[in-house]
Design a protein around this ligand. Structure first.
Ligand code: PEP
Ligand code: MN
Length: 262
């Protein structure tokens, strides 16, 4: 990937963003960054502020995590993605990280969306807006306008990560029909998060295949060097071998569309 200006989503490519749910330590992040780099990918995800459902679980390394992510991104030549969870830390996140992710719990936090819109205004920062797990497609597309209506054209990408239904077997229900619907209603790219949608690593590969087959522009997946020891979402994280197998299978489907994986 070229230095300087770049696109998260590019014509002729499927973008795969990979990395841990949470940044736990320098050694953990570096081990995972190495896996991501060796897999031929260009984007490293990692949570520094973790919006956990339970207040008694690991909440993230916060500023220390942002600095580790910035350092790992530079050392491995990877663009970095992290979640921004509240309006007060938007600028701090933007100072250290290339791509700001707005999580499902914050899709309708309009004060946060407005702050992010300001921070990315006329900058080279990108934003990933996840769908609220109880949001309709129409609500999601209105939320995204808080980011895009400024007119400066910062790159914004939508992410379907599963919605709440009556089915408890999977963590959420991945709404793959959102992909062709978004393609019909909007010009924005859309990626799929099969990790949070399914909650189970063995379901990530088949749903990744399906996501690309249905026309998604990319994937964001959780990867860990030792998923069984992860402080957060280990059960849905791919290890190195699983990531490689997923990319092999997805590459096959991407070929159908004459697209490469980046
Ligand atoms: C995440 O990507 O780490 C995350 C918390 O995702 P979501 O907002 O989809 O739950
Ligand atoms: Mn997670």
């Amino acid at each position: 990937m070229k230095k300087g200006r770049y696109s998260l989503i590019e014509k002729g490519y499927i973008t795969v963003i990979a990395g841990p749910c949470a940044i736990e330590s320098e050694s953990q992040l570096y081990a995972i960054a190495k896996i991501v780099k060796e897999s031929g990918l260009s984007f490293l995800r990692g949570g520094a502020y973790k919006p956990r459902t339970s207040p008694y679980t690991f909440q993230g390394l916060e500023t220390k995590g942002l600095k580790l992510l910035e350092k790992a991104g530079k050392e491995f030549g990877l663009k970095t993605v992290t979640e921004v969870t509240d309006a007060d830390t938007v600028q701090r996140v933007a100072d250290h990280v290339d791509i700001l992710q707005i999580g499902t719990r914050n899709m309708s936090n309009f004060a946060l969306l407005k702050k992010v819109a300001k921070a990315i205004h006329a900058s080279d920062k990108k934003v990933i807006l996840k769908r609220g797990w109880a949001a309709t497609i129409k609500e999601w597309l209105l939320a995204v306008e808080y980011l895009t209506s400024g007119g400066e054209g910062a790159e914004v990408v939508l992410c379907e990560r599963g919605i709440r239904t009556f089915e408890p077997y999977t963590r959420f229900t991945l709404d793959l029909s959102a992909v062709p619907v978004i393609k019909k209603l909007s010009k924005l790219p859309i990626i799929i998060d099969p990790s949070h949608a399914t909650g189970q690593s063995d379901l990530v590969i088949p749903m990744s295949r399906a996501a690309i087959a249905v026309g998604a522009d990319g994937l964001i997946v959780e990867v860990h060097n030792t998923p069984e020891k992860a402080l957060c979402d280990g059960q849905q994280s791919l290890n190195k071998a699983q990531l490689e197998e997923m990319l092999k299978q997805v590459r096959f489907i991407a070929n159908f569309f004459d697209k490469k994986i980046k």
